[in-house]
Design a protein around this ligand. Structure first.
Ligand code: ZN
Length: 162
């Protein structure tokens, strides 16, 4: 397994639009494997290629730890409803903020074999889909935060938030 360095807010690679993947290559296969390893190692529920410094339209998502999705050139085709809740990002370590997202999202994409797939989800999966797709256009969730960006604090004296 190979871990890649996660780029943090302030790194300009996170603010650039990503390019479509036109063909699967061994190099891109390696990138995807590394993104999966890096996401799990960091206990993340999703990771986009620009977060490891690669401006390609690839995201990996797993909101349960047992439901991995690799999305290449994903495109949001349907959203509905609304959810407001905490959101964080591996590129903004130690912080969290309140963001409103659709409660349902559906994407079309390509899988690792460049075959068309669809993925739809609600709640956390819908949130993760929207969050990761934003990365591909150079956007971070902090642009959408309602109220202050908060410190994520594991101090026992602090009350846990839902
Ligand atoms: Zn993120």
């Amino acid at each position: 397994m190979a871990l890649r360095n996660i780029r943090e807010m302030g790194d300009e690679v996170l603010n650039k639009p990503c390019k479509e993947v036109t063909e699967m290559t061994p190099r891109i296969q390696d990138l995807i494997e590394d993104m999966i390893d890096t996401m799990y190692e960091a206990n993340g529920v999703g990771l986009a290629a620009p977060q490891v410094g690669v401006l390609k339209r690839i995201v990996v998502i797993d909101v349960t730890g047992e439901d991995l999705h690799v999305l290449i050139n994903p495109r949001l085709v349907e959203t509905s409803g609304e959810q407001t809740g905490h959101e964080g990002c591996l590129s903004v370590p130690g912080k969290s903020g309140i963001v409103t997202r659709p409660n349902y999202a559906k994407v079309v994409a390509l899988d690792e074999k460049m075959k068309p797939i669809e993925l739809e989800g609600t709640e956390l999966l819908a949130r993760a889909i929207c969050h990761e797709l934003d990365h591909l256009d150079g956007h971070l969730y902090v642009e959408k935060v309602e109220g202050p960006l908060m410190d994520v604090n594991y101090d026992e004296d602090e009350e846990c938030e839902d």
